[in-house]
Design a protein around this ligand. Sequence first.
Ligand SMILES: Nc1ncnc2c1ncn2[C@@H]1O[C@H](COP(=O)(O)OP(=O)(O)OP(=O)(O)O)[C@@H](O)[C@H]1O
Length: 250
Amino acid sequence: MSEKLTGSLLYLDDVSVSFDGFKALNALSLVIGPGEMRAIIGPNGAGKTTMMDVITGKTRPDTGTVYFAGTTDLTKLDEAEIANLGIGRKFQRPTTFESQTVRDNIELSLKAPRGPFATLFHKLDDDQRDRIDEILETIRLTEQRDTLAANLSHGQRQWLEIGMLLAQEPQLLLVDEPAAGMTDAETEQTAILLKEIARTQSVVVVEHDMDFVRGLGVKVTVLHEGSVLAEGSLDHVSADSRVVEVYLGR
Ligand SMILES: Nc1ncnc2c1ncn2[C@@H]1O[C@H](COP(=O)(O)OP(=O)(O)OP(=O)(O)O)[C@@H](O)[C@H]1O
């Protein structure tokens, strides 16, 4: 096994996916390290969503290698198995329980014994209570802990969903356009809270908002036509004429 693979949390090599002969991913290779946050950018149709789908087991690659933590072949697992391994994905559509409070939404998402009996009779211990408080702090919703999810602002709801993912204790968080539809202030807070999360978990963020990506201050991967076009700091990739041509200059 290569050093790149053994030291990685997520390892994609030469991954291709075709839809009716059209290559949504074309020999895509990407390595994310433990504890790394990476921003993925690229024009519409570049393959960002397909890449997330391959990582989470929603789409099977036609060819290529996808490994988690250097040892687990994700192409052999289904979506539930991959989620249980510790890969959490935040979609753009809301998945909060609207008629429950913010706090209860987090509690319901805690990684805990599964099944109806476990859920009904499981009492929270101190550690779990502390964990809920900690997550509420991270997602800036301590003051809204007793607010119904239905009454949150759009931005707050996005944060709650991030909190629900954190309750599952993932090692890798995949976040799809977290800043979409947010106010400037919320966007800024989202960058800060993702940076806090990235202290303990790896995070992959797909995002169109360049100000937000700049705020993250992390390595950027530019996808184009299903492959990596450029990689590096936002300044580095912004100065790449090929990137300007396909994306930033448009
Ligand atoms: N299920 C599918 N069937 C056919 N074509 C698909 C399917 N899913 C994606 N594609 C095509 O694959 C290409 C890559 O799509 P993908 O959604 O991964 O891009 P993206 O970078 O996420 O784009 P966007 O920024 O618009 O979300 C697009 O041309 C898309 O039309």
